[in-house]
Design a protein around this ligand. Structure first.
Ligand code: 4NP
Length: 163
């Protein structure tokens, strides 16, 4: 059976990309597509490798019913460009870093998550790390919106055999 694989990418892999991973996992379960869509996340940096998501990201996500506690940060590796059909960056800096690392023949896999938002007014998911709690709420709002659009895209891809 065909599967598709998506990896969310931010800087530290402790705030935005694990939030997106938790949100999409919940949406995938609600849609009954657990066996068809593979989800992961990674950071362009390695400072937080091995750590659970930021406590503030976990708390904000928990309030909306997403459990991020078992996720652990890791850095992007070269095999990710082979393993995943899509590598979705949270902001332009993450996108630029990914493009530098990405082999030319996989370039089309590297995109911005917010391309999939219903109302893509914002191109980036802003980094909440140095701000207040409202930043984490905004990350959740943006991830919930974009992941719904992404899930629709992936569902079509599973049917049409195109990602
Ligand atoms: P993230 O947020 O990229 O959404 O995980 C950050 C986490 C850590 C740092 C910056 C952003 N940091 O500078 O350590």
């Amino acid at each position: 059976m065909k599967t598709v694989a998506v990896c969310f990418v931010c800087l530290g892999n402790i705030c935005r990309s694990p939030t997106a991973e938790g949100v999409l996992r919940a949406q995938i379960e609600a849609a009954g597509l657990q066996n068809r869509i593979i989800v992961d996340s990674a950071g362009t940096g390695d400072w937080h490798a091995g750590q659970a998501p930021d406590e503030r990201a976990q708390a904000a996500a928990r309030q909306r019913g997403y459990d991020l506690s078992l996720l652990r940060a890791r850095q992007v590796v070269h095999e990710d460009f082979e393993r995943f059909d899509l590598l979705l960056a949270m902001d332009e800096a993450n996108l630029g870093q990914l493009r530098q690392l990405c082999p030319a023949h996989h370039r089309a896999k590297v995109r911005l998550l917010m391309e999939f938002a219903q109302q893509p007014a914002l191109r980036e998911v802003p980094d909440p790390f140095f701000g207040g709690n409202e930043g984490f709420e905004q990350v959740l709002d943006q991830c919930e919106s974009a992941c719904l659009g992404l899930l629709a895209h992936l569902s079509t891809a599973l049917t049409d055999r195109v990602v």
